[in-house]
Structure formats: structure tokens, C-alpha cells
Design a protein around this ligand. Structure first.
Ligand code: PHE
Ligand code: ZN
Length: 882
């Protein structure tokens, strides 16, 4: 029997399938409606006959009735753009099956059967980059969250765990390397130049962790011996010319494996671990069992082409994906509402890893900066959702800063409350209790309660409630008692679907400094768990200076009602690096918010420049920290506090303050630039710090004395022997109207012609520039020979960079909004996931002054009216307009 039909594809022509129109009103899926699967698939065998145009897949599923299921005799198999080419049950043609939408319904009679399905795939035309697709000649897969159903019909849900055996066969010249999950058990030669490989993964896994790669790849190989003596073959697979840029990824992998043994007691469990780099990828990377697939930008790094930030990105993402082997793969998610179970925990793990590999306080500051710039706006906007959402239409839209980064903060709070040793007991219990299972966030919390000895009854609200809590703190001093009382209030703001909130337990670390001795008597951990709470401390003869939310122990907006003097004191004296950074940020934030209302405050500006000057002179801190302290808060973060506001006015105020600081500290910035320029290239903390302050000095200088900054940036570019210096210099130059700008941008392009990741930088440098003509440039670049809408990295480097470039995106005429909407409409039919990621920028209209807000809404409405919009974009647009 050879059947090829799906209702949306009546002609049975698979080429038509990708043009299928999504239903107009996509169904909402609710967490509360979870039911266990009625059928399980303990084993699956996949046979691939590989081809770039046509790949044939024969899947043989051993299916068993789930005793814990509802007894439904019909096997429900998900499909997406698939046609059934052949369907057998226990070796005979299947009978009575039907299609329900794109899914396959197969009534069965017994309790266990073998189901064999043939499907035909078209990797070359798969522009969504989900399922099996072609990327510069090679074949690869992406299955999380729901891509496996684009390969074969299957109960494509994470609580169905199967043992996979995979046989791949194809032309030896086109696909010399054949990889899948688990261990390679056999290879062989076929006829007519073909060969095959058989892979076996002994660990049962959900379908989203399946992966296959076939193509012309070369490997950087090494080995790792685990704590119990298992020798693991490691390989980082890339295209031939990229091999020399893989050492850092390999080093990061080995460091990750060692770190997870030492820190969490987790050992690797296969004989092989493969990483493959692909240049067309929707996300950062994917943790497929034993076969991680990476966006090239998180694998490839060498001094010439990658910045220090890129090196950190590689280390963090390699760690992240490796850590998923336990937090994600060995213990996976019961359903996609539990996504933060694996992602929040794994982000925390990668943050801890990077902190241990580098500077802990600097890493903390960077992570908080990301949280504030990306997650806070999400949490206060139309797309706000709890870290464990209650409903979704398209799960791809929930791979968010909330699920990932706030999810990590929530687990970090448990770590803070328990302390490191008890926390480890909690994670040990979690891994022991749920190994091999598809678990829930509740399971994690329970293991933390039982293992770490925490009472998390009220804490569970952090999983249920969206919105960034607003906390105030006021200190009251009682001279006669020698007592200080800290009065706290908390309020969790209303978010879509959650009009009223309960008070949550908020752990806040504080220290009380004596003004004269500049010392404190130890940190205290306060738990604010009611709408109002107060804590009294005795033994003070004068009002102390309060250092609050040290280390950023809770993901909150804290308004510590402190005078400028106290902030200046903390910026100079706090012994907690984060708190010191925070005090300076607060001072700057206060100044900028005041400036857009009433113009600059002379006294405060002076205080800020003095504090910044002290930062430049301080010999106690290293340059990596100094570089952090020199940065201004992001406009998106300021908008959270000022909304609704004029983002361009905020941006301008920020530039003016930079200019003020730059002129006040001109000589010292120049001296810093000279000192740092004398330090040669290496990956040591000292040299990296030097590169960081070098560019930060130019950033401040450029706002004060563009000519001087341009000359120095040009010199820095010409002398550069590494990408950090080169990109930093060009970033500064791109914002200055000077002859060197065009010349050096062109030099940069030519110098790295053919290198895709550096070409991405070339686009981003221009789209992110402070040049007032930036939108003209972006438009011109969209027609550049090197621009392609088919590559997500390239699209993001041009358009995402523009969308976060505040004066560009919010250009008064509304042109920036229009360009993003045009892009979404063009990209949506090709790559819905990537297109939908541009909607939140427009969805932030409530934070923006009315004139611009109306234009942003109008663009959302224009998108909403388009026909055949993907489920991804439809959900984001509809919610953003509500
Ligand atoms: N699970 C991946 C990670 O966080 C992210 C991802 C999601 C990649 C969906 C691709 C598709 O490591
Ligand atoms: Zn992850």
C-alpha cells in the first residue's frame, strides 16, 4: 500500500505541504488539562535513506498500552507537513486509520503492536529549520519542541520515552560523516558508492532529543575520563576550514564535564559525545542526547574572529548543553509547561560554571544586566507569563527570558536560602529520585524541600505568578534605642490573566555600614514574605548606610529610598561588588529619569562623575570589574521605570550624561586607554580586562570629544591583532561621522570576506550604530549581496540589532517599526519561529509615549491582518494587541 494524503494536502504532493495554511484560530493548550499518554513507545527503530532533495524515513515503533493511561484504543500520532507513504501494523497493511488535521489516528485492538510508517522528507526546501533540513550541503535535525513530528508520525510529547536505534544510509561522497545519538555500533559499505551507519542509544529519551547529522565534516577530537574511569571520545564537528577555530569549544566541553562532576556529582553516561556546528539554526544550540547541535556562533572562536564576549558565549553554551545531559535528558520534562524545570535549572548551572571559570562578581553583573534588559520588559508587558506557564498556543514562543533567566533566578533563590551544601543535598535527591523520568517543576521543588530542608510552601508562588515584584525599603533610625528598622513593602503587579497577586517570599541580603568606619557587622538574609515586613537591628549610635539586595539575591525591582549621599557612599565603599555596581547604576538611573523631566541635576552629575573617576583610579578592582562599572544602564531597563516615555529622549539623556562624564574625566580616560593599549593579547583576565576598559573608555570619550575618540578608535583598529579590539573600535567609529568610518568598515568587510560569523558582525555594527542615518543603512544592507533572509543569524544581525537600537527603532517617523513589520511579514512564511521573535519589540508599545505607541500598534494590526500567518506569529501579535 502506498498512500500519500493529508487533508491539508489533498493532492498528495509533498512539495505542496509547506504551503499549508495554519488554522485561523489556533487552539490554546492548558496545563491543567494534562493527561498521561494512552500508548507508550518503549522502542523505536528509524531507517533513513538520505538525500538532500528527498530523504525516506521508515519508522518502526513498538507500542504498548499505558497501564496509567485512559484506555483509549486509538493510537494518536502527531504529524506536521507529513504524508503517510506506507503504514503497517504487525507487518500487515493498516486498516481503519484516518487523519485528524495533520495527525494520524490509528485504532488498535491489542495491548502491544509493531507499527511501521514510511514518510518522505524534503530537507532542501525545509526553510523552517525544524525537523530534517539541509544547511550548506549537510543534513541535520532540530526536534525540540515539536520538530520530530516533521520527520515521522509519533506521540511527539516529552513524557513518551523510547530507546532509539537509528540506521542511516546515503551517498558516501555527499555524506561521509553519519552521526546520531548514543553509540556507533556498526558501519558498512553499500552499493553504488553508498555507505551506512547504525547508532544505538541505550538511554530512553523523548522524541525532542533525537538527532541526526550527515555531511562533509571534520572533527577536533579529544577524550575525557570520567570520575569512575569511563573513557569518553569527544568530537567537535565542523566544516573543513573551521577546524582551527574549535579548540576553545573543546576546552569548554572538557571543563564542563569536570565541573559537573565536582560541583553536582554528575557523570557522563555514554562512550561518545559529539558536538556539531551548523550555520543555519533558529536558536543557540540543542542538547540532543550525545549529539549536541550548535549554532556555529557558539562553537567557533579564535582571537582573529571572535571577541572576548564570543569566547564567553561559547563556554557558557557548551556548558549549558552539556549540563542538560542530567538536567534535561536523564530527567526530562513531563510536558512543555515544565520547560523551566530543565531550562531554568540548566541556566543556573551554566551561570555557576562560567562564574567558576572566570570572575564571579563580573558574571553576576552580566547576568543581572541581561535579566533587566530582556526579562523585566517581558514580565511587565503583554506577553508576561509565569516561569511555569498555564497555557500556550505555540510552545516555541515560550523559550523566553522568563522561562530561562527568571527560571534560573528562582532556583538561585533556593540556593541562597538553603546555602550551598543543603542546596547540593536537594539536587542530589532530585537526580536520584527522578532519574529516567519525565518530571515536573513540582517534583523539583519537593526534592528541594526534602533534600535541602527548606519549606517552600509559599515559595511555589514564584512558579505561578508572573510579574516582577516591586519592593520598597525605608530605613528608620531610633536614636534612644540605638535601633534601625527596615520597613519593606512588596507588590507583585497585575499581568495578563492574573489581575491580583499574593505576597511571595523574597530573600534579600543586606549589610548595614557605619558611615565613619566604613565597615559592617556581617550580611543578613531577610525574607520579606508579606505585603509589609519590618526588621529591627540594634546597637547603632548613628544611622547606618544600608546596602540592600547584595548579590541581587531576588529578581525584583527594589526601590531603597536612599539619598544620593548614601548611594555615593556605597558606590565608593561597598565590599559586595554587585552592590557597588548597583549603587552607581541607581545614581545614574535617578539622574537620567530626572533629566528627561527637569534637565540634569548638577550636584548629582558631579557626584556621578566623581564616583566614576574613583572607579578609574581604584587599584583594588581589576579591569574586568572596572569595565562593568563604566557602563550605563540600558534604555530598555530605564523604560521600565519611566514608562510611558519617549525612548529617544531617554537615549539622548544617556548620551549627554556619557558626554558629561567623558569631558570631566577626559584625561583619565585617555590615560586608561593608553595603559590598557600597552597590554598584549592573551586570554588572561588581565588582558581581557584591558580590552574591556579600552573600548569602554572610547565609548565615554566619544560622547564628549568625537574627534579624539575617532582618532584613538582608528588607531586601535589599525593596531588590532584580535577581534575584541577591532570590533570595539569599529563600534565606536560607526557612531561618529568621520572619514575613517566608511574606510574601516570596508576594510573589515574585505578582510573577513567569506567568514559568515564576522560578516554577521559587519551587518550588526552598522545596524547598531549611533549614526542618525542608520535606517537608510539598514535598508541598503537588506539589498546587499551578503544579506539573505534564509539565514537566521544574518537576519538577526541586521534586524534584531536594529530593533534593539533605541534611536533607530523608535525613529520619530515610525519607519523603524514599519521595517520590522515588513520583515515579519516576509519572514513568517519561511521561518515562523524566527519571525515571531520580532513581535515583542513592537508589543512594548504601552511603555512608549502615545504618538509612537499608536504607530507601533498600527504595525501590529497590519501584521495581524495578513493572511495565513503562522501560529507562532499569530499568538504573539494577538496577545500584543490585547
Ligand atoms: N533546548 C535548547 C537549549 O536551551 C534551546 C532550543 C530550543 C534549541 C528549541 C532549539 C529549539 O539549550
Ligand atoms: Zn537549555
Amino acid at each position: 500500500m502506498d498512500i500519500a494524503r493529508t487533508p491539508s494536502n489533498p493532492a498528495g504532493n509533498p512539495e505542496m505541504a509547506d504551503a499549508a495554511v495554519e488554522p485561523v484560530d489556533p487552539a490554546t493548550i492548558f496545563r491543567k488539562n494534562y493527561t498521561p499518554p494512552s500508548w507508550l513507545v518503549p522502542e523505536i527503530r528509524l531507517d533513513f535513506d538520505l538525500g538532500t532533495e528527498l530523504t525516506k524515513c521508515v519508522a518502526t515503533l513498538k507500542v504498548e498500552r499505558n497501564p496509567a493511561g485512559d484506555g483509549d484504543q486509538t493510537l494518536h500520532l502527531c504529524g506536521d507537513n507529513l504524508a503517510v507513504m506506507s503504514l503497517k501494523v504487525d507487518g500487515a497493511d493498516a486498516e481503519g486509520w484516518s487523519m485528524s488535521g495533520s495527525n494520524l489516528l490509528l485504532p488498535l485492538t491489542g495491548t502491544s503492536h509493531e507499527v511501521t510508517i514510511e514518510t518522505h522528507l524534503h530537507p532542501a526546501t525545509n526553510s523552517q529549520l525544524m525537523g530534517l533540513y539541509a544547511s550548506s550541503g549537510m543534513l541535520c535535525t532540530q526536534c525540540e519542541a515539536e520538530g520530530f513530528r516533521r520527520i515521522t508520525f509519533f506521540p511527539d510529547r516529552p513524557d513518551v520515552l523510547s530507546k532509539y536505534t537509528v540506521r542511516m544510509e546515503g551517498d558516501k561522497e555527499t555524506f561521509p560523516v553519519l552521526l546520531s545519538n548514543g553509540n556507533l555500533v556498526e558501519t558498512g559499505e553499500g552499493e553504488a558508492g553508498r555507505h551506512w551507519a547504525l547508532w544505538d542509544d541505550p538511554w530512553p529519551k523523548p522524541s525532542y532529543l533525537f538527532a541526526l547529522v550527515a555531511g562533509q565534516l571534520v572533527a577536533n577530537r579529544d577524550t575525557f575520563t570520567t570520575m569512575n574511569g569511563r573513557k569518553v571520545e569527544l568530537a567537535v564537528w565542523v566544516r573543513e576550514g573551521d577546524l582551527e577555530r574549535t579548540d576553545h569549544a573543546m576546552r569548554s566541553l572538557i571543563n564542563s564535564m569536570k565541573w559537573d562532576e565536582e560541583t553536582f556529582g554528575r557523570e557522563y553516561d555514554l562512550d561518545q559525545f559529539n558536538i556539531v556546528a551548523v550555520s543555519d539554526f533558529n536558536m543557540g544550540a540543542m542538547e540532543n542526547k550525545g549529539l549536541n547541535i550548535f549554532n556555529t556562533r557558539y562553537v567557533l572562536a579564535d582571537p582573529e574572529t571572535a571577541t572576548d564576549g564570543d569566547y564567553d558565549g561559547v563556554e557558557g553554551v557548551v556548558g549549558h548543553e552539556y549540563f542538560h545531559n542530567w538536567s534535561g535528558n536523564r530527567i526530562t520534562c513531563r510536558d512543555w509547561f515544565q520547560l523551566s524545570l530543565k531550562e531554568g535549572f540548566t541556566v543556573l548551572r551554566d551561570q555557576m560554571f562560567s562564574a567558576d571559570m572566570g570572575s564571579e562578581p563580573v558574571k553576576r553583573i552580566e547576568d543581572v544586566r541581561v535579566l533587566r534588559a530582556a526579562q523585566f520588559p517581558e514580565d511587565s508587558g503583554p506577553l508576561a507569563h509565569p516561569i511555569r506557564p498555564d497555557s500556550y498556543q505555540e510552545i516555541s514562543n515560550f523559550y523566553t527570558a522568563t522561562v530561562y533567566n527568571k527560571g534560573a533566578e528562582v532556583i538561585r533563590m533556593m540556593h541562597t536560602m538553603a546555602g550551598p551544601e543543603a542546596f547540593r543535598k536537594g539536587t542530589d535527591l532530585y537526580f536520584e529520585r527522578h532519574d529516567g523520568e519525565a518530571a515536573t517543576c513540582e517534583d523539583f521543588v519537593k526534592a528541594m524541600e526534602d533534600g535541602a530542608g527548606l519549606d517552600l510552601a509559599q515559595f511555589r508562588l514564584w512558579y505561578e505568578q508572573a510579574g516582577t515584584p516591586k519592593v520598597t525599603m525605608r530605613a528608620e533610625f531610633d536614636q534612644s534605642e540605638g535601633a534601625v528598622t527596615l520597613h519593606f513593602t512588596q507588590k507583585v503587579p497585575a499581568t495578563p490573566g492574573q489581575p491580583s497577586k499574593k505576597a511571595m517570599p523574597i530573600p534579600i541580603k543586606v549589610a548595614l555600614f557605619d558611615r565613619d568606619t566604613k565597615a559592617h557587622d556581617g550580611e543578613k538574609l531577610l525574607i520579606v514574605d508579606k505585603d509589609k515586613a519590618e526588621f529591627t537591628f540594634k546597637g547603632f549610635t548613628r544611622p547606618p548606610v544600608i546596602s540592600a539586595n547584595r548579590g541581587f539575591t531576588a529578581p525584583i525591582q527594589l526601590d531603597a529610598e536612599q539619598g544620593d549621599d548614601d548611594l555615593v557612599f556605597l558606590a565608593a565603599n561597598d565590599d559586595d561588588a554587585f552592590a557597588r555596581y548597583e549603587a552607581l547604576q541607581q545614581l545614574v538611573t535617578r539622574e537620567l529619569l530626572g533629566a528627561i523631566e527637569n534637565g540634569p541635576d548638577e550636584k548629582r552629575r558631579t557626584a556621578i562623575a566623581d564616583a566614576m573617576g574613583a572607579v578609574l583610579d581604584d587599584t583594588q578592582i581589576d579591569d574586568l570589574m572596572r569595565g562593568e562599572l563604566m557602563m550605563m544602564p540600558a534604555v530598555t531597563f530605564l523604560l521600565e521605570l519611566a514608562a510611558p516615555a519617549d525612548p529617544v529622549a531617554l537615549h539622548d539623556a544617556r548620551e549627554r550624561l556619557k558626554g558629561y562624564i567623558g569631558s570631566r574625566l577626559r584625561d583619565r580616560l585617555i590615560a586608561l586607554h593608553e595603559r590598557a593599549s600597552a597590554i598584549g593579547y592573551s586570554l588572561s583576565a588581565e588582558a581581557r580586562g584591558a580590552r574591556k576598559v579600552k573600548t569602554q573608555a572610547l565609548v565615554l570619550l566619544s560622547a564628549a570629544d568625537a574627534k579624539e575618540a575617532a582618532a584613538r578608535a582608528e588607531a586601535q583598529y589599525r593596531a588590532a591583532d584580535n577581534m575584541t579590539d577591532r570590533q570595539g573600535a569599529l563600534m565606536v567609529l560607526a557612531g561618529i561621522d568621520c572619514p575613517a568610518r566608511a574606510e574601516l568598515l570596508e576594510d573589515f568587510r574585505k578582510r573577513f570576506e567569506g567568514n559568515a560569523l564576522v560578516t554577521d558582525k559587519w551587518f550588526a555594527l552598522q545596524a547598531g550604530s549611533l549614526d542618525p542615518m542608520v535606517l537608510d543603512t539598514v535598508e541598503a544592507l537588506s539589498n546587499h549581496a551578503d544579506f539573505t533572509i534564509k539565514n537566521p543569524n544574518r537576519v538577526r544581525s541586521l534586524y534584531m540589532t536594529m530593533a534593539v537600537n533605541q534611536p533607530a527603532f523608535h525613529e520619530e517617523s515610525g519607519r523603524g517599526y514599519r521595517m520590522i513589520a515588513d520583515l515579519v511579514l516576509k519572514l513568517d512564511p519561511l521561518n515562523a519561529q524566527t519571525a515571531a521573535r520580532f513581535i515583542p519589540a513592537l508589543g512594548r508599545w504601552r511603555k512608549i509615549e502615545p504618538k509612537r505607541a499608536a504607530m507601533m500598534r498600527a504595525e501590529l494590526e497590519r501584521i495581524a491582518k495578513a493572511e495565513g500567518l503562522s501560529k507562532d506569529t499569530r499568538e504573539q501579535v494577538t496577545k500584543s494587541l490585547d
